[in-house]
Ligand binder design. Structure first.
Ligand SMILES: Cc1cc2nc3c(=O)[nH]c(=O)nc-3n(C[C@H](O)[C@H](O)[C@H](O)COP(=O)(O)OP(=O)(O)OC[C@H]3O[C@@H](n4cnc5c(N)ncnc54)[C@H](O)[C@@H]3O)c2cc1C
Length: 391
C-alpha cells in the first residue's frame, strides 16, 4: 500500500483553493465555450495545473509529487468546477496513478511516476469499458496473450477519454479465458501501454463526437505488443487492482460534482437577484427561492459525505460505503442544481453565453460515468445493507 499522507492543516487546504482559483480566473467562460464548440482539448488549462503541481498531489514526494493526499485532491477538483472550469481533461491522472502507485514494482514506479509528476509523461487514458460488455467488466473481451517477453493485445475499448492526449494508457485486459479461471473475478490483468510506441503498430484511436467536450474515443488493438515488464502486479489480479482504485475515483468525481453544484447555485442566486420581471427580482418569488435553497441544502449534505470519505481514505481506513455514497449524493445534488439553474434562468439558460446549458450537459455525465447511479445503489444495497446480489 502507498504511504499514508500526513493530515493536511485546514490553512493549507485554503491556500490550495486560493491558488487553484487564481488559475481558473485566467480561463473564463469564453475559453471553455470555444473549446466546447470546437470539441478541442484545453491544453493551456491542463498545462497551467501541471506546472503548478496540482495534478501530482497524490504522487509521493519520493517520486516527485507533493504527496498531499486525497483531501488536497478533492479541494483542487472541487475548486476547478466551482469556478466554472472542467477537470475532465486531466482528472484521470489523479486516480489511475493510484493503481501504479499501489501495485507497480519499485522499478515501474521509478520509471514512470517522476515523469508523470513533472508533466513530461501523461497518464490520462484508462481503458476499461468495451462496447459489448459495458458495466459488466468481467465479461470484457480484449485479450493479452503472453508471447516471449511481450503480451500481444487484441480487442477494442470504447469511451476511452483523452486517449489522443495521453502518452500512457492503463489497460485492463483478459489474460486467462473466462471459462478457465478459478474465481470469477480472476483472469484480468492491468498493463501500462505506451501509446507513443503502439500508435501505428496495431493501435488505432478514433474520436467519438459526444454531447460534451470530453475527448472521448474508441481504441482498437490489433496485435499490439506490450512488454511483459509493463504488467502491473500479478497476472490475473487486475480486476482487484482496479477496484482498489475506485474509492479514490468515486471521491474525486464527487468533488467535481460539488464544485458544479456550487457553481449552479451561485449563478442562480446572482440571476434571481438581478432579473426583474413583474416589477421586481424573480428571486423574491418562493417558486424561485425554494429550489435554490433545496439545492444548497442537498449540496451541503453531500459535501459532508465527500469530505468524510476523503479523510477516511487519507487515514488509510476502508471507505467503500462512504466513497460510493459521496458520489451518489454529490452527483444527485449537482444534477438537481443544474435543473434548478436552468429553470431560474428561463429562456436565457439556453443561450450559450450564459454557460448554463454547457454545464448542464457536463454535469449530466455523472449519473452515468465513471459509474452509473444504479451500480452505486447496487453496491450500497448489497455490500452495506446485506441485500441479495442482483447481477
Ligand atoms: C463521456 C464519457 C467518458 C467516459 N470515459 C471512460 C474512460 O475514460 N474509460 C472507460 O473505461 N470508460 C469510460 N466511460 C464509460 C463509462 O464508464 C460507462 O459508460 C458506464 O460505466 C456505463 O457503461 P455502459 O455505457 O456500457 O452502460 P451499460 O452497462 O450498457 O448500462 C446501461 C444502463 O443500464 C444500467 N444497468 C446495467 N446493468 C445494471 C444492473 N445490473 N442493475 C441496474 N442497472 C443496470 C446502467 O446503470 C445504465 O444506466 C465513459 C463514458 C462516457 C459517456
Amino acid at each position: 500500500m502507498a504511504e499514508l499522507a500526513d493530515p493536511l492543516p485546514d490553512d493549507d487546504i485554503t491556500a490550495i483553493r486560493r491558488s487553484v482559483k487564481g488559475i481558473c480566473d485566467r480561463f473564463p467562460g469564453d475559453y471553455w465555450r470555444e473549446k466546447d464548440r470546437e470539441r478541442a482539448y484545453p491544453t493551456e488549462f491542463v498545462r497551467a495545473l501541471t506546472e503548478d503541481g496540482f495534478l501530482s498531489v497524490l504522487i509521493p514526494e519520493a517520486y516527485g509529487g507533493s504527496g498531499l493526499g486525497l483531501r488536497a485532491a478533492v479541494a483542487i477538483l472541487e475548486e476547478i468546477h466551482k469556478n466554472g472550469c472542467n477537470a475532465a481533461a486531466c482528472h484521470a491522472q489523479m486516480y489511475t496513478m493510484g493503481t501504479l502507485l499501489n501495485h507497480g514494482s519499485d522499478a515501474q514506479k521509478s520509471q514512470w511516476l517522476p515523469a508523470i509528476a513533472s508533466g513530461d509523461l501523461r497518464l490520462q487514458a484508462f481503458g476499461v469499458t468495451e462496447p459489448t460488455s459495458g458495466t459488466d467488466t468481467l465479461s470484457l473481451r480484449t485479450t493479452a496473450v503472453r508471447d516471449g517477453d511481450h503480451y500481444v493485445v487484441n480487442g477494442q475499448k470504447v469511451w476511452t477519454s483523452r486517449a489522443e492526449h495521453s502518452d500512457l494508457m492503463l489497460l485492463l485486459a483478459r489474460t486467462t479465458p473466462k471459462d478457465q479461471v478459478e474465481k470469477k473475478s480472476g483472469g484480468l490483468s492491468v498493463f501500462v501501454v505506451d501509446m507513443r510506441e503502439a500508435l501505428g503498430n496495431g493501435l488505432t484511436i478514433r474520436p467519438i463526437r459526444a454531447m460534451i467536450n470530453h475527448s472521448s474515443t474508441e481504441v482498437f488493438f490489433e496485435n499490439v505488443r506490450v512488454p511483459a515488464g509493463n504488467l502491473l502486479g500479478e497476472e490475473g489480479k487486475g480486476f482487484r487492482y482496479i477496484l482498489d482504485g475506485m474509492n479514490a475515483e468515486r471521491t474525486l468525481i464527487a468533488a467535481e460534482c460539488l464544485g458544479d453544484s456550487t457553481w449552479f447555485i451561485d449563478k442562480a442566486v446572482a440571476y434571481a437577484n438581478e432579473r426583474n420581471v413583474f416589477g421586481g427580482p424573480i428571486g423574491r418569488n418562493q417558486g424561485i427561492q425554494f429550489p435554490i435553497a433545496r439545492a444548497h441544502a442537498e449540496t451541503e449534505a453531500a459535501r459532508l459525505m465527500v469530505y468524510r470519505a476523503a479523510e477516511m481514505f487519507d487515514r488509510g481506513e476502508p471507505c467503500g460505503p462512504e466513497a460510493n455514497m459521496a458520489k451518489l449524493l454529490a452527483a444527485d445534488a449537482s444534477w438537481h442544481a443544474a435543473d434548478m439553474c436552468m429553470q431560474t434562468h428561463g429562456g436565457f439558460a439556453f443561450a450559450e453565453e450564459y454557460d448554463v446549458e454547457r454545464k448542464f450537459r457536463e454535469t449530466r455525465l455523472y449519473q452515468i460515468a465513471p459509474i452509473s447511479t444504479n451500480l452505486i445503489l447496487s453496491y450500497v444495497a448489497e455490500h452495506v445493507l446485506g441485500l441479495p446480489r442482483s447481477y
